[in-house]
Design a binder for this molecule. Structure first.
Ligand code: BGC
Length: 810
C-alpha cells in the first residue's frame, strides 16, 4: 500500500475517532465507550470480533493455492465481512493476525504481529519499493543470560518503537515458558529453567515494549514445553509444580507489568485444552492474579470456540468462518449466554481503546533502526557467556590474522526459526565482525567454506511448502569435514583460530539427543581437535564460539580449545557483539540461566520428554487438523512431568548430579570478591533485607551478576536444595571499585505451594541464605529463622491432575 493511501485510511479512522471521542467525554469514558459500542453490536458482529480474521502470508500463489482457508488460501465470497478482512490485511503485511474492524461502531482492528525477538512482518510489499525491515534482537535465552532487567527493558523499549512505528498494536511476545528440557525446539525464544528469572525478564520486556503505548501478549500460557505434538499433547503435572515452576513466571509478569494480552497455549493441561480451561484463564489468571486484559488462543489452538469463551479465552486466532458460526450457534442454542459473549467482547474492546490505531496514531514506517542496532549489539554482548578461558581472551593485541573455521563463522545465525524469526535487513557474521574490528581473515579458508556451503545447498532439495516459506527457507548445511592439512597450514599463517559451532532450531519440531544436535558430530569433534592441536603446535591458540539456540553437550571436548564463548543466537549484530567480547571492548558478564548437563541422560526430564502416544480419549482426537501441515497435526499424546518441582538446577543440586556448567555460571576477564553479607535480622517477620559488597579485585573493568539462593527446611513439604530468590547486577566496576547490592526477600519468595490447602506457605524453621556468583559458587552465607508457618496467600484450587503422578522425591 502506498503511504498516501495509509494516510487516507488514517484520516478516516481519525474522523471516526473524533466522533467517538465526542461521545466519550463522560467521566467513566473508557468503559462507557465500550459499553455503548457493545450495545450497538449485533450478535454476528460480536462473534466476528471474538474470532480472528484468518491468517495471511505473503507467499507465491503456487504455495497459497494449496493452503486451507485458515491461512487465507481458499476463494471467498464477496461479502461485506470478507471485504473488510481483505482491507485490514493491507494495514500491516506479514502480521500474524487481526481482529475485526467495524468503523461504523468505532471499532478499529488490532494488528497482532509476532515476536518475540523483534517484530515479524514482511520486509517488502507488493508494488512498493520501500523496505520494512525490523531489528533482530538477541533471542530470549540471551536476554536472560544478561541477568539485567534494566537492559531488557531498554531492548523492549526499542522493540516496541518498531511495533508502534510499523503500525502494529500488539506484539506476540515475550515468550516465557520454562526451559524444562534442553531439547525443546523453541527454548531459544524462552528465558530460563528458573521461573523467577523468566518472570522478571518477561516483566521487564513487557514494561519496555508497552512504554510505547503498544501491547504485548505473554505466551504460551502454560506448560507448553515441547514442540512434539504440541497441538494435542496432554501435559500431566502436579498443582505444586504448576504453581511453583510453570505458572510462576507468568504470575510475576502479570502482576509486575500488566501485559495487555495473554496467549493461551496449544497443549492440554491435566486433560483440558489450555484455551478451554476455566481454571487456568479465569480462576488463576484473573481471580488469583488480577489480569485485566484479554486472552487469545495460539494460532489454531483448542477445539471448541464456545468452550474457549466460557473459559475466559476471549479471542480465537487466526479464526475461521466455522468458528464464527459456532459462536452464533452457541448463543442461539443457549450453550453460552450473550452476556458471556459480551464479557469477552468488552475485554477485547477495553484493550482496543488503548491501541495506537484506535487513538489515531499514524505510523511513520521509519523506526530508529540504526539506534536499535546499537541496542541489540550491546544487549547481545552482555548476554554472552564465557564458559572457558585459559588466558587467551581477550585476544592479544599482537593478533592480526584470524583463521575462521566452521560453516557458521561465515553463515552466522541471528535467531531461531518459525514465528519467532525476524525479517532483519542483515546479520553480521563472525568474519564481518572481525573485519569491522580491523582483523584480516584468511580469504582462502573463507572461499573453501563458502564454496562448500554453496555446493551443498545447491544439491539439497529445496522444500517448496508453506513451512519452508514460513521458516525462511534456509537449508542447514552439515559441518564440513576439514582436511587436517588445512588446519596445519592455517596454524602457520594465522595468529589465532576461531571455530564456530552452529545449531538452529525452532517452531514445529524438537531437537534430538544425537550427534549433530545435542552432541557434536564427528566432523565437529575432529574440527575442534585438529585445529586446536595444529595451532597449539605453533604456540598459538584456538577459541570455540557456540552460535547455538540452546544447550549442547560440552564436557567431552571442553578442555581441547583454549576458550569457549557461548554467544547463543545474538541477533542481527551478532558478529560485532562476539568480536566486542573477543577483543575485550566488552568484558563478558553474562551467566547461564539454564544448566549445561554432562549428558542428555543426566537431565531430570530425559525419561519424560517428549512423552508418548495414548489411546484416544479426549476432545483432541475429534478435532480435525485445520492446517494440513504435519506440525499442526493432532496426535493423541501425553507427557507426565514426573520430575515435578525438580527442574534444572533444582534437580542437579538436590540430587547431587554433576553438570558441565551450572545454572548461574559465567566467567569474566576480571575477578570479584564478595564481602560484608548483612541480613537485616536473623529472625524473619514479614521480610528480610540482604546486602553484600562486591569489589572488582582484578585488572579490568567489569560487571558481576550476583545471585541470592534460599535453602528452606524440609518441613511438611520437601524442598529443593536451593532456590533463586533474588538477583542483581553491578554497574561497570573499575578495578578496585566496589558496589553494595541490596535485596529484599519477602515471605512469598520463600513459600512453597501446599496442595492440601491451596495456599502458599513459608514453613517454620531455619533457612540458609547463600549469595553466590553461580548456583554452586557460593561466596557468603548466613541463616535466619521463621518461628511459625507464614501463610502467604490462599488461591483457587485449580488444575488438579486427573491421573496420579508418580513424582520424583528425595
Ligand atoms: C506460535 C505462536 C505465534 C503464532 C502466530 C503459532 O504457531 O506458536 O508463538 O505467535 O503462531 O504466528
Amino acid at each position: 500500500m502506498k503511504s498516501c493511501e495509509l494516510k487516507c485510511i488514517s484520516l478516516l479512522t481519525l474522523a471516526v475517532l473524533f466522533f467517538v471521542s465526542i461521545q466519550s467525554c463522560a467521566p467513566t469514558s473508557e468503559n462507557k465507550v465500550v459499553d455503548d459500542i457493545v450495545k450497538q453490536m449485533s450478535l454476528e458482529q460480536k462473534a466476528q470480533l471474538v474470532i480472528g480474521t484468518g491468517m495471511y502470508f505473503s507467499m507465491p500463489d503456487s504455495v497459497r493455492d494449496k493452503l486451507p482457508p485458515m491461512f487465507g488460501g481458499a476463494p471467498k465470497e464477496d461479502t461485506p465481512y470478507n471485504r473488510m478482512v481483505d482491507h485490514i490485511r493491507t494495514y500491516l503485511p506479514g502480521a500474524a493476525g487481526n481482529s475485526a474492524e467495524f468503523p461504523e461502531l468505532g471499532i478499529t482492528t488490532q494488528v497482532l504481529s509476532d515476536g518475540p525477538a523483534g517484530l515479524r512482518i514482511s520486509p517488502t510489499r507488493e508494488g512498493d519499493s520501500n523496505t520494512y525491515y525490523c531489528t533482530a534482537f538477541p533471542i530470549g535465552t540471551v536476554m536472560a543470560s544478561t541477568w539485567d532487567t534494566k537492559l531488557v527493558e531498554t531492548v523492549g523499549k526499542a522493540m516496541g518503537e518498531e511495533v508502534l512505528e510499523y503500525g502494529s498494536d500488539v506484539i506476540l511476545g515475550p515468550a516465557l515458558n520454562i526451559q524444562r528440557d534442553p531439547l525443546c525446539g523453541r527454548n531459544f525464544e524462552y528465558y530460563s529453567e528458573d521461573p523467577l528469572v523468566a518472570g522478571k525478564m518477561a516483566a521487564a520486556m513487557v514494561r519496555g515494549i508497552q512504554s510505547n503505548g503498544v501491547g504485548t501478549s505473554i505466551k504460551h500460557f502454560v506448560a507448553n514445553n515441547q514442540e512434539t505434538n504440541r497441538m494435542s499433547v496432554n501435559t500431566i503435572v502436579s498443582q505444586r509444580a504448576l504453581r511453583e515452576i510453570y505458572l510462576r513466571g507468568f504470575e510475576i509478569a502479570v502482576k509486575e507489568s500488566q501485559p495487555w494480552t495473554v496467549m493461551s497455549s496449544y497443549n492440554l493441561l491435566n486433560g483440558t485444552y489450555a484455551s478451554e480451561s476455566h481454571d487456568l484463564l479465569t480462576n488463576i489468571l484473573r481471580d488469583d492474579w488480577g489480569f485485566k486484559g484479554y486472552v487469545m488462543t495460539d494460532w489454531g489452538g483448542g477445539s471448541d470456540p464456545v468452550a474457549q469463551m466460557l473459559a475466559g479465552n476471549d479471542m480465537v486466532q487466526p479464526g475461521s468462518q466455522q468458528q464464527i458460526q459456532a459462536i452464533i450457534d452457541g448463543v442461539n442454542s443457549g450453550k453460552m449466554t450473550e452476556d458471556q459473549l459480551n464479557l469477552n467482547v468488552k475485554r477485547i474492546l477495553n484493550i482496543m481503546t488503548e491501541t495506537p490505531r484506535y487513538k489515531g496514531f499514524v505510523p511513520s514506517n521509519k523506526p530508529d533502526l540504526e539506534g536499535h542496532a546499537e541496542v541489540t549489539r550491546q544487549a547481545a554482548a552482555d548476554g554472552m557467556v564465557l564458559l572457558e578461558n585459559n588466558g587467551v581472551l581477550p585476544i592479544n593485541q599482537s593478533v592480526k590474522n584470524v583463521a575462521a573455521f566452521g560453516n557458521t563463522s561465515y553463515d552466522f545465525i541471528s535467531g531461531g526459526t518459525g514465528s519467532g524469526d525476524v525479517n532483519e535487513a542483515y546479520t553480521i557474521s563472525l568474519i564481518q565482525g572481525l573485519e569491522n574490528a580491523g582483523y584480516s581473515i584468511d580469504k582462502g579458508l573463507q572461499e573453501t567454506y563458502e564454496t562448500y556451503m554453496k555446493n551443498t545447498r545447491a544439491k539439497a532439495n529445496r522444500p517448496d511448502n508453506f513451512l519452508a516459506a514460513m521458516m525462511g527457507g534456509k537449508i542447514p548445511v552439515a559441518e564440513m569435514d576439514l582436511d587436517p592439512a588445512i588446519a596445519a597450514k592455517m596454524a602457520k599463517t594465522s595468529d589465532i583460530a576461531l571455530i564456530t559451532i552452529g545449531r538452529n532450531a525452532g517452531e514445529g519440531g524438537d531437537r534430538e539427543a544425537k550427534p549433530g544436535d545435542f552432541y557434536l558430530n564427528q566432523a565437529e569433534k575432529d574440527l575442534i581437535k585438529n585445529v586446536s592441536e595444529a595451532f597449539h603446535k605453533e604456540g598459538k591458540k584456538a577459541v570455540v564460539i557456540l552460535n547455538v539456540s540452546g544447550v549442547i553437550e560440552t564436557a567431552s571436548w571442553s578442555s581441547t580449545p583454549d576458550a569457549i564463548l557461548c554467544a547463543w543466537q545474538p541477533g542481527q549484530e551478532g558478529g560485532n557483539s562476539v568480536v566486542d567480547i573477543l577483543t575485550g571492548k566488552v568484558n563478558p558478564s553474562g551467566k547461564l540461566a539454564v544448566s549445561f548437563p554432562f549428558t542428555y541422560d543426566d537431565t531430570p526430564t530425559a525419561k519424560n520428554f517428549p512423552g508418548h502416544a495414548v489411546e484416544s480419549d479426549g476432545p483432541a482426537d475429534d478435532t480435525p487438523d485445520q492446517s494440513g501441515f504435519s506440525f499442526m497435526q493432532r496426535v493423541p499424546w501425553e507427557v507426565t512431568y514426573q520430575e515435578d518441582i525438580y527442574v534444572g538446577y533444582r534437580y542437579y543440586n538436590t540430587f547431587n548430579v554433576p553438570v558441565a556448567y551450572e545454572f548461574g555460571y559465567g566467567k569474566s576477564y576480571t575477578t570479584f570478591e564478595y564481602s560484608n553479607l548483612t541480613l537485616s535480622s536473623n529472625e524473619f517477620s514479614d521480610k528480610i533485607t540482604v546486602s553484600i559488597d562486591v569489589i572488582n579485585s582484578g585488572n579490568v573493568a567489569g560487571r558481576e551478576v550476583v545471585q541470592v539462593y534460599a535453602s528452606a527446611p524440609n518441613g511438611k513439604m520437601e524442598k529443593p536444595e536451593e532456590e533463586l530468590v533474588a538477583f542483581g547486577k553491578t554497574g561497570l566496576l573499575q578495578p578496585g571499585a566496589s558496589e553494595t547490592l541490596t535485596f529484599t526477600i519477602d515471605a512469598s519468595l520463600l513459600a512453597s505451594f501446599d496442595e492440601s490447602s491451596s495456599s502458599w506457605i513459608a514453613e517454620a524453621g531455619s533457612y540458609t541464605l547463600s549469595v553466590g556468583a553461580s548456583s554452586t559458587d557460593i561466596k557468603a552465607q548466613d541463616i535466619f529463622s521463621i518461628s511459625s508457618d507464614i501463610k502467604v496467600g490462599t488461591v483457587s484450587n485449580s488444575l488438579a491432575p486427573r491421573k496420579k503422578i508418580d513424582t520424583l522425591h528425595q
